[in-house]
Design a protein around this ligand. Sequence first.
Ligand code: HEM
Length: 536
Amino acid sequence: MDSQQPGTKKRVGGVNDTEEVLKNSTASETASSRLVNSEQGSTQKQSSPPMESHIKAKRRYISFFISNMNFGKLLSFFTSLGRAERSNSLSQLDFDINPITGFVPSEPLPRLSSEFKLWEEMLAEASDVLKLGDNNSEEALALKTKGDGWRANIRSIPVLDIQSLKFRPRHLQRVHVVLTWLVQYYVHSLPPSIEAKQVPASLAVPLVDVSRMLGIAPVITFSDTVIWNWELICPENPVTIDNMAVVHTFSGSEDEQHFYLVQAAIELHGVQILHIIEEYTQISDLDEPTISKIAGDLARLTMTVEEISDLIQSIRTGCDPQVFNWEMQPWYNGNDAKGEGDPGWIYDGVDPTSPELKHLSGPSGGQSPVMQALDIFLGIDHGLEKEYSTDGDDKPADHGFMDRMRFHMLGNHRAYLEHLKKLPRSVRDLAACIPALHKPYNDAIAALKNLRRLHMRIAVMYNVNVSRTTSVQSNHPDIEVAESRHEPGSEYVTKNNRDENREPVRGSGGGDVIRLLRAGVDATSRATLRDPLVSI
Ligand code: HEM
């Protein structure tokens, strides 16, 4: 197994401000600073002005508030507050979200033992004996016999029953990690063929079983590559990005470790966003201090989003686009990565009409629960039927993408997002009613839009430019910027021999990358409030 040696220098970050962000992004610090804040909050309450002046201040505020908003909206907002209070008895803890590490577990997943140990052993061996099926290098050809043997051994493993692990969720998650990595190794090391790829029953059956138990797609996901794919360098120290080492990589490269660690850092940094959301959903009384707190929290959220943008940029300091595109990305492909017309995968021993088999796309940042929670909290609507077309054609973007990606999350985490979506009081509606929140809300939207524009440049640099023989055909301003600045990565534009027929470049999530990411930028932009009193 290609686990990172404890103490290996990690290159997450790299630029000064990003290093600063990372220093501050340790989950434990985040939690302790939140603890201090909430303690301060309770201290402030104790030393609040005497009741009379407090009531006067409240009255002054309410008259200002009423004079600044439509009375009908005010009434309906207070009604919805009452509803929210009743419906929001659930907290993030109920959805397996840790107050310190968020969607990341608070300790590394345990390794499998007894009859399941064989799966662990096969995974540990895989990176030593397998290469991509279309790799014709001398090294790959020399390994061919060993690779054939590895796949034959996989086929000969009996179909194991995982019922004994039913009440051990962390073990089930480890089963998911191990089986999904084995499936990717198996499928992508097969020699190229026009036939459908057959996933042997020894992997397919227990994988579908465990996925049903966890409520997650039976394929490799963001959770398997990032959220669950780490161990502690010093087990006695807390879960912080500096104390995490990646366990599995396909390429054995530091680039791949860096890619996962940056995403793990974002999940940990995003815990600050989760705290803001949690506090917002617990509000029951909309008085002046509460409005100021929401304004302050939106400003903090804006800062956090900007820091996450820096983190995304830090991919460039440790992950080479060539390594990403040729040594990492091909292993991630799901059964839909090659588009319609490709026969895809067959899960032997599994009823082909099982609903779970509809979700076999590869891992994607769209499966990051933090990013989706942020979108839902801010009211970004990715699902509009008609998309603005900025490149002159009228093909719709894939508006179901973000919803589909939720099936690739742990069932508990998907349930949290669904819960968040159903809460009756949206921060966007509130900001539209209250002038004091208008700017903080719009600032947060601007920061998220900028994050998506910067992410799109990264995707162009790593995914599109490297995958094409000539430059990208698009009028989208973000792509023009990426190319005209000749950012690192654009030199790869002419080096590739894939996709010569100029089919749209497809991400591991299975979609047309440019159209999808552009639709995300546009959806974020559309959330901007134009007029505080009329835009809801
Ligand atoms: C080398 C770095 C990266 C590349 C090449 C890349 C590429 C892509 C591509 C091609 C997509 C389209 C959907 C798909 O097929 O997966 C996508 C979507 C997405 N990626 Fe990344 N990504 C990178 C890093 C990140 C990071 C660090 C994050 C942060 C968690 C992230 C978050 C997202 C999100 C949220 C989406 C869904 C679409 C959207 O929200 O606009 N990506 N990415």
